[in-house]
Design a protein around this ligand. Structure first.
Ligand SMILES: *Cc1c(COP(=O)(O)O)cnc(C)c1O
Length: 253
């Protein structure tokens, strides 16, 4: 998965897949408009799968796309997205209804014309966040290396509770009290959700750690630079606890 549109280590994953005879599929839901070493995300592995859900940088309200260079896979996907119909009255596979309605496609075509403008706005807001949050101890904005073009859709901060003086959840609650809908993206981890819990016991200490630290801040064209500034002011003003007092509290618990 190209998390937050930051490309995976594509060659290394491909080497591992090749060594073990595995197919490599990428979740590219965050990565529309992103590039890896100059090449647009979409052409790697057996396929890359995009989401065009309304929350994504490019959207068709709902929908998505499978990008592949494998002709046989492309044919199979086309078959399965239309109930497995090979001909008008001939079903040859168990498919689903994965067709994109015209109205969704129309929405996508209109959005496509504005994609560069959306990304420019996102990049501008990212710059304000970066500048404003830089002096704050314990807050690290996830960066987007210039060598890989990004869509700047996700403003993700990593909060070190000890250095910042408040936990991620405390900051989130504070922002929500002030009507800033920051999201814990992603928390809880997938392995803690009911359908996947049973496959455990899972031992995922790194996942657990980042699930407790990351917070997604607002971005997009409905936000002005002044609003971004205001959100950063709120983060700066978030109540902190002197670390000594918090340690005493924890010992007390
Ligand atoms: C949004 C998203 C999906 C799901 O996309 P749908 O279009 O809702 O199926 C999958 N993976 C990631 C990482 C996403 O952000």
């Amino acid at each position: 998965m190209h998390l937050y549109g930051r490309p995976c280590e594509i060659e290394r994953l491909q080497q591992i897949a090749d060594r073990h005879g595995l197919s490599l599929l990428f979740d590219a839901a965050h990565a529309f408009g992103c590039r890896y070493q100059g090449k647009p995300i979409g052409g790697n592995g057996l396929c890359e799968v995009f989401s065009f859900h309304a929350t994504k940088v490019f959207n068709t309200f709902e929908g998505g796309a499978v990008a592949t260079n494998d002709g046989a896979l492309a044919q199979k996907v086309r078959l399965l997205q239309n109930f497995g119909f090979q001909a008008e009255d001939h079903v040859i596979a168990l498919g689903i209804n994965g067709k994109m309605p015209e109205i969704n496609a129309a929405m996508g075509l209109v959005n496509l014309e504005h994609l560069d403008a959306f990304i420019a706005v996102n990049r501008g807001h990212y710059g304000v966040y970066a500048q404003q949050l830089k002096p704050l101890k314990g807050i690290r904005l996830i960066d987007y290396p210039a060598s890989n073009a990004n869509n700047y859709h996700y403003i993700i901060i990593d909060i070190d509770r000890d250095d910042f003086g408040a936990s991620r959840d405390q900051l989130r609650d504070y922002l929500r009290q002030h009507n800033v809908l920051a999201r814990r993206y992603f928390t809880p981890g997938c392995h803690r959700m009911a359908p996947y819990q049973d496959g455990g016991p899972w031992h995922l200490p790194q996942t657990e750690a980042v699930c407790e630290r990351l917070l997604a801040l607002p971005n997009g064209t409905q936000l002005s630079a002044a609003m971004v500034q205001h959100i950063c002011d709120l983060i700066r003003q978030c109540p902190r606890q002197p670390s000594g007092a918090r340690q005493l509290l924890e010992v007390g618990l």
